[in-house]
Design a protein around this ligand. Sequence first.
Ligand code: SF4
Length: 363
Amino acid sequence: MTEKLQFRDPALAREIAQKIRETALKDEQVKFCHVCGTHEWTITHYGLRSLLPQNVEVIAGPGCPVCIVPAAEIDEAVQLAQKGVVITCFGDVLRVPGSNMSLLEAKAAGADVRVVYSVSDAVEMAKREKDKEFVFFAVGFETTAPATAVEVLGKPPENFSFLVSHRLIPPAMELLLGVGDLNISGFIAPGHVSAIIGLKPYELFPRVYRMPTVVAGFEPIDVLMGIYMLLKQLAEGAARLENEYSRVVKWEGNPRALQMMSQAFAVTGGNWRGIGRLPNSALRLRDEFRAYEAREKFNVHVEQGKDILLGCECHLVIIGKIKPDECPMFMKACTPAKPVGACMVSSEGTCRVWATTATRSTK
Ligand code: SF4
């Protein structure tokens, strides 16, 4: 059996589900939170919630990097596009709503907005078209920030700059612990992000908050094992940091990627759609790379963005307070074909995952 099939083995899944049922504290309501769009996809696609006992719930936190880009930063990208700059970005950023329009709408109105598969593709375009100014709209968590850092450190051509909108996951997890009525019992920490940052940034959750935390991979067996490991900690009255995804995630993360990130970026406060401003949760270019800072280079200025659109409940979905189908617009006014809120845009958005996956279970 290949490793992939092994991690999707239904018999093994049933075995772990049985252990979960045996380990779950009988009379206690337990709520685990993950912060990863791919975890939500796995849980929803494979119907994993239906394998859990009634008193064990898994909620989705702010794990979609596109959903949490604040409207003001979409507005900045739109403003740049309207100034005649070529905006390059990943495809799922295009339809994220800004205060007045998305990048897709700016493109429809004549702006030059191009989808790229990597930041290096954008740099190559700038090298080929020297008569134009290019900006890469750098959206993403710690998973994508190293690729941006590589190009920053590689000193791209003078007609290239960055609109940096990278965010860091651990501060958002910490914020969730302060949301009183969420009552989280443990974290399933994200595999992709952890492959870069390692386990150290999560140490505070068990140490300071006595919050069991398990880094888990993305196959169904990984997620079920992560849930089982969390339940085991609760049954023992323990709070530990554990690594279910040790075949990929090392304690120290990826030192080379971390080094490049810290050479290119400084950590700063940042706004998150649906959450607000979080200290130490965003990246900005270090001062020595200011020449590549698109906001300064093109004198970008936007007013406070409009994050919450009328009737949209994305701000509650993003922090796991409600499920997508509790939003009155879900699959009515807001669909994957015509998304209203940011959570319906990206394939990693919770609403989009629920909308496009037939086996969702709404426990
Ligand atoms: S259904 Fe649409 S409007 Fe409602 S929370 Fe989800 S993305 Fe936002």
